[in-house]
Design a protein around this ligand. Structure first.
Ligand code: CP
Ligand code: NVA
Length: 303
C-alpha cells in the first residue's frame, strides 16, 4: 500500500483483498482472545473537525487492541489557528500515524502531503473509504463472495455514495443509486468507475426500479454533517427516497438492509426496516473496527 489511505481509488484490487483477509484474521484473533499487538508502542493521532461515534471509538479501540494508543484531537478550526503543513509536520514528530475527519477533501490531501507519517481518511465531504471497505467485508461475510452482486443505494449521492462508486472500480459488482436530479454522486468518479474493467454504476430516479432484484439496499442521511442548514429543504426533496418494507420486498428475497449510521428513522429508513431480521447495520458498524485495524497494521506496522 502507499504511505497514506485517502481513497479506495488508490488501492489495487489485490490490496483490497489483502485488507479483507487481514481484517478476517484480526477479527478471528480478537474473538479467540488471542493477542495481536502488531502496533505495540505506536500512537495514532485522530483529528476530528466533525462529530463521530463509530469512527472515533473503533479507531481508538482498534489501536488499543493492537497494543498501541490513540489520541483524540478536536479541531473545530482545522487549518485556521495554524497552517495545515505546519500541523502535519508538528504532529509527525509525535505520532506514528494520523487519522483525520475533515470537511474539504483537499485538506486531507494537504495534510498527507506534509505529514511524514501515514494519514488515513476518516471521512471528508468527498469520501468515506473506511466505511465502504468495512461494508464490503460485511457483505463478504453474509454472502461469502461478490459474484453477481447488486448493491442499491437509495438517497443522497454524498461522500458514502462516492466511496461506493469508487469500490465498483476495484471489485466487479453492480452499484445502483436512486437519487433526485442534482444529487448524483461525483460525476468524474462515476465516469472512472464505468471506464474501469471492474463493476458498473447505474443512476436511477425511481427507488423501486433501482431496488429490483438487489442483494443489498443501502442508505445514508439526507443531510450530511455540514449541511444542517439545508436539512429542511432536503427533507422535501428526498421524500420518497425512504427504504421501507415495501421497497425491501422489491429487492432479492435474501436482500440485506445496510446503513453506515447514524440513522434517521422516518426519513431515509423506517424503524421497521432498521429493526428487521434483514438489517445488518450493527454487524456493519462492528466491521469498521476490524477493517481499520487491518489498514493501520498495513500502514503503520511491519506486517
Ligand atoms: N458511520 C460513521 O462513520 O459513523 P460516525 O460518524 O459515528 O463515525
Ligand atoms: N454522509 C454522512 C455520513 C456519516 C457517517 C455525513 O457525512 O454526515
Amino acid at each position: 500500500m502507499k504511505k497514506d489511505f485517502l481513497d479506495i481509488a488508490e488501492l489495487t484490487p489485490d490490496e483490497v483483498w489483502a485488507l479483507f483477509d487481514l481484517a478476517k484474521d484480526l477479527k478471528a484473533k480478537q474473538k479467540r482472545g488471542e493477542a495481536h499487538e502488531y502496533l505495540k508502542g505506536k500512537t495514532l493521532g485522530m483529528i476530528f473537525a466533525k462529530p463521530s461515534t463509530r469512527t472515533r471509538v473503533s479507531f481508538e479501540v482498534g489501536m488499543f487492541q493492537l497494543g498501541g494508543h490513540a489520541l483524540y484531537i478536536q479541531e473545530t478550526n482545522f487549518g485556521k489557528r495554524e497552517t495545515i503543513p505546519d500541523v502535519a509536520r508538528v504532529l509527525s514528530r509525535y505520532v506514528d500515524g494520523l487519522m483525520a475527519r475533515l470537511f474539504g477533501h483537499e485538506d486531507i490531501v494537504e495534510l498527507a502531503k506534509y505529514a511524514s507519517v501515514p494519514v488515513i481518511n476518516g471521512l471528508t465531504d468527498l469520501s468515506h473509504p473506511c466505511q465502504i471497505l468495512g461494508d464490503m467485508l460485511t457483505i463478504l461475510e453474509a454472502r461469502e463472495n461478490f459474484n453477481n452482486l447488486i448493491v442499491t443505494y437509495i438517497g443522497d449521492g454524498n461522500n458514502v455514495a462516492n466511496s461506493w462508486v469508487t469500490m465498483a472500480m476495484k471489485i466487479p459488482f453492480t452499484f445502483r443509486i436512486a437519487c433526485p436530479e442534482g444529487y448524483e454522486p461525483d460525476k468524474k468518479m462515476v465516469e472512472q468507475a464505468n471506464q474501469s474493467n471492474a463493476g458498473r454504476v447505474e443512476i436511477y430516479r425511481e427507488p423501486a426500479q433501482a431496488a429490483k432484484g438487489a442483494h443489498v439496499l443501502y442508505t445514508d442521511v439526507w443531510a450530511s454533517m455540514g449541511q444542517e442548514a439545508e436539512a429542511e429543504k432536503r427533507r422535501k426533496i428526498f421524500k420518497g427516497y425512504c427504504i421501507d418494507g415495501t421497497l425491501m420486498q422489491v429487492a432479492a428475497p435474501e436482500a440485506k438492509f445496510m446503513h453506515c449510521l447514524p440513522a434517521h428513522r422516518g426519513e431515509e429508513v423506517t424503524g421497521e426496516v432498521m429493526e428487521s431480521p434483514q438489517s445488518i447495520v450493527f454487524a456493519q458498524a462492528e466491521n469498521r473496527l476490524h477493517i481499520q485495524k487491518a489498514i493501520m497494521v498495513k500502514l503503520m506496522g511491519l506486517r
